[in-house]
Design a protein around this ligand. Structure first.
Ligand code: T4K
Length: 409
């Protein structure tokens, strides 16, 4: 696996050597959080040539069918309908499930989860999270259910599972539909079963920034035969045959080139996970013992894809804030991201009507988290350099923070 060794290995003796204070940046090129993992280029190229030779570019071609079949085999779910992206997959699933009125979801998620509801004039009702798992708190959901609630849209954030047992029991007891946004959770499991087969349906993302990408792409997976048939129709304008439309639909189709990319990357999936896991372990080891800095853990008893390496910064201990650390890293050309700050309820258009809504756990966590670069484009030396910067900043938190404030004035 070729790695992009961009580190200049500049050794920083003290905080004055940091780029933010005038030193030389640690990296020549930017280190990104969402750098795509890319499988066997030759196989991908030969598949693209095959697509071009046969002149079948989209509309349920053979690569799409094969990609769907491989996802079914990997997840053990009965049906898979791949789409052009996960946002459209969510919208189709929401409509096919007949969700209306209000749907309860976490605010601590990518904005697409909320937009997929609002786009269909369904009111997203934002719920707080469990601070340990960063996923929706089932007890908090109970308090938000009204006569207008039609479903729960839970998110398996960072590839970590929600309390799926509690959510399934709650949905069943209150007669609600249960949809999982599992955009991050392809290749992960819950209680030994692969994510994909829980609730009424689940949605994966295969966007370029996901550990397994089809450039752009998504999928709806479900064990429900009728729902699968409905979503398949909706993906293609509602067409059942030439000239015959059976229902409202949209264009949610995946192209053959995207499916070929997905299939090619699936063949390297184990390798991607191994690299992600190695990166995660290295970060864990090299950041161990730093007061106020914790790495969000993965449930090692389950299958994990280690797609996100997320730091939690407790400013009471580090003195330097998450945003200050991020600023230092940016100057070093490390584009760490504060996913999913500030929470959907604090973003447009939702914040306009939700000024009084307080979600304390969401607000606290979104002030503390920082996603670090990982994936196959990083070398172990790159990670060591990133950790070295973080250690230098946190070990000198008070001085760095004061100096940053002085620079700003
Ligand atoms: N639900 C959840 C929970 C999600 O997280 C997402 C998407 C969705 C639903 C919807 O899935 P899709 O409809 O996208 O399939 C990125 C991704 O665009 C988005 O897919 C992802 N979640 C989200 C967490 O991250 P941005 O706005 O941060 O993207 P951007 O352009 O800043 O890229 C991230 C980093 O990756 C940059 O530093 C650049 C780098 N990058 C990006 C691309 C596209 C590359 O190095 N190469 C590339 O090709 O949203």
């Amino acid at each position: 696996m070729p790695t992009l060794d961009t580190s200049l290995r500049a050794s920083r003796k003290g905080i004055d050597d940091l780029a933010v204070f005038g030193g030389r940046p640690a990296f020549e090129q930017v280190l990104h959080v969402g750098r795509p993992n890319i499988g066997d280029r030759e196989k991908f190229s030969s598949r693209v040539n095959d697509i071009l030779d046969r002149r079948w570019l989209t509309n349920d071609g053979p690569y799409v069918s094969k990609f769907e079949q491989r996802i079914i085999e990997l997840t053990g779910v009965k049906h898979c309908i791949v789409t052009c992206n996960a946002t459209i997959a969510l919208e189709i699933a929401i409509r096919a499930l007949g969700l209306t009125g209000e749907v309860i979801l976490p605010s601590f998620t990518f904005i697409a989860t909320a937009h997929a509801l609002q786009w269909q004039e369904i009111t997203p009702v934002f719920c707080d999270i469990d601070p340990q798992s960063h996923t929706i708190d089932p007890e908090a959901i109970e308090r938000l259910i009204t006569p207008r609630t039609s479903g729960i849209l839970a998110v398996n954030l960072w590839g970590r599972h929600c309390d799926i047992t509690a959510l399934e029991a709650l949905a069943e007891r209150r007669g609600l539909k249960l949809l999982f946004d599992s955009a991050h959770a392809f290749g992960c499991s819950y209680q030994g079963r692969m994510i994909g087969g829980f609730g009424d349906a689940e949605v994966f993302s295969f966007h370029a920034t996901k550990f397994l990408n089809s450039m752009e792409g998504g999928a709806i997976v479900t064990n429900d035969d009728e729902l699968a048939q409905q979503t398949r129709l909706m993906r293609n304008f509602g067409f059942t045959s030439y000239d015959h439309v059976a229902s409202l639909g949209i264009n949610g189709k995946m192209s053959e080139v995207c499916a070929a990319m997905g299939l090619t990357n699936l063949e390297s999936m184990d390798e991607f996970i191994a690299v992600n896991r190695r990166n995660y372990k290295q970060y864990e080891e090299e950041l161990a013992g730093l007061d106020g800095v914790t790495l969000v853990t993965n449930d090692e008893a389950e299958k994990c894809n280690y797609q996100y390496v997320v730091l939690e910064i407790d400013m009471d201990q580090t003195i330097v804030s998450r945003d200050e650390l991020m600023k230092v890293l940016y100057s070093e050309k490390v584009l760490a991201r504060r996913y999913f700050y500030p929470g959907c309820h604090r973003m447009a258009p939702y914040k306009a009507t939700l000024t009084d809504l307080s979600l304390p756990e969401t607000e606290t966590i979104s002030e503390r988290v920082l996603s670090l670069p990982t994936g196959t484009s990083l070398s172990p030396a790159d990670i060591s350099t990133v950790c070295e910067i973080i250690r230098l900043v946190v070990n000198n938190g008070r001085e760095v923070s004061a100096k940053l404030r002085a620079v700003e004035v």
